[in-house]
Design a protein around this ligand. Structure first.
Ligand SMILES: Cc1ncc(COP(=O)(O)O)c(C=O)c1O
Length: 355
């Protein structure tokens, strides 16, 4: 049977809720009332057959790319799906980082790709080792998939490493898909999109995680013009046209992007400080600490994370994402950036549960 679902998404929608929710990955919702909007200028329908020009221009300006390379998508989720579906055919080898964001694997399996993995190792700070990537490549490798920042660890992959992977890809006629949905959570010296590194790079992103406007589902893909058209044509089979009021709101969000980002940044920064203190004091967990990002991926020392997290939720009303969704059952993922009071109490309860 072909793979047609995501266990992680089901868990996240149905089983992750708790009063102290550390199972998040995006920042707090940006309040609608704080977006300076003139609703009189809004329309239900618009000229958006293959994308709404003003939004495409806003995305292109944000990344300093040609608007013809921008494909609108319903979140990074649909971006990843369209990108992979346009690039791979059943049986093509897809080389995906391990650990990774579950739905990326689910999409590759759904598309009947031949999924191969390369490891990011904790002892190596979860960094991508280009030598390891190279050793996994075969002449059939069609696509490499990376998240940057990395979900679940938030580790940043520098351009030098991405370039090496791009070189490998180019040498075998493959492409590199980089999911950059968290990249703008690098609040200082924010790296440019890897799309600028060369024509073998395809990038997905959205306003969902770092800007607090997930409900707009404003996502996109950056791809070379021909490939971008293939993706737009493919999207005709899924959703015909985007939701136009969502596009209009997204244009407004782009006009006030630093307002959205800075609001979230204050919470992410405060939460990170609390997390650092927690990790310093708590010997039952250890984690690679990062300077940026909204998630951390601690390892539970000498304990089964699944049963621990079940007890954490039932007895302490606190949730975190089980590492099994990242194929690392000894770990769990904690999210920052929603509410510092809630985060502090969640860590407090985590401490109590760890004893
Ligand atoms: C790496 C990664 N890509 C994509 C998504 C989905 O993003 P969106 O909400 O923009 O569809 C997530 C959500 O957690 C994610 O972590």
């Amino acid at each position: 049977m072909r793979h047609k679902h995501s266990d992680y998404m089901y868990w996240s929608k149905m089983e992750s809720r708790a009063r102290f929710n550390l199972a998040t990955s995006g920042v707090a919702s940006f309040p609608f009332r704080e977006l300076p909007i003139d609703l009189k200028k809004f329309e239900i329908n618009g000229d958006n057959s293959y994308g709404y020009a003003r939004l495409q221009d806003a995305i292109a300006a944000h990344h300093r790319v040609d608007p013809d390379c921008v494909v609108e998508s319903a979140g990074t989720s649909m971006g990843n799906h369209l990108a992979m579906a346009a690039i791979i055919d059943p049986g093509d080898e897809v080389l995906i980082e391990h650990p990774t964001y579950g739905p990326i694997l689910d999409i590759a399996h759904y598309l009947e790709g031949n999924v191969k993995r390369f490891r990011r190792r904790e002892e190596n700070g979860w960094a991508i080792d280009p030598a390891e990537v190279r050793s996994c490549v075969t002449p059939k490798t069609r696509l490499f998939v990376i998240t940057n920042l990395h979900n679940p660890t938030s580790v940043l992959t520098p351009d030098s490493v991405l370039r090496e992977i791009g070189d490998v890809a180019r040498s075998i006629g493959a492409l590199v898909l980089v999911d950059e949905v968290y990249l703008d959570a690098v609040y200082e010296n924010t790296p440019r999109t890897s799309f600028h590194l060369g024509p073998e790079f395809v990038v997905t992103s959205s306003l969902t995680k770092v800007y607090g406007v997930s409900g707009l589902r404003c996502g996109w893909i950056l791809a070379q013009v021909d490939l971008a058209w293939k993706m737009r044509r493919l999207n005709d089979l899924y959703s015909a046209t985007p939701v136009h009021p969502g596009e209009l709101l997204s244009v407004v969000a782009f006009q006030h992007l630093s307002l959205l980002r800075e609001r979230a940044r204050r919470i992410v920064d405060s939460d990170r400080k609390l997390l650092r203190d927690f990790l310093k004091q708590q010997s039952n967990v250890c984690a690679v600490s990062t300077e940026w990002g909204t998630t951390s991926f601690p390892r539970l020392v000498n304990r089964n994370a699944d049963s621990f997290l079940k007890r954490l939720r039932s007895e302490f009303d606190t949730s975190a994402v089980p590492g099994r969704f990242f194929e690392m059952p000894d770990h769990f993922r904690i999210g920052m950036g929603v509410n510092t009071g809630m985060f502090a109490e969640g860590l407090n309860r985590l401490n109590q549960a760890l004893g």
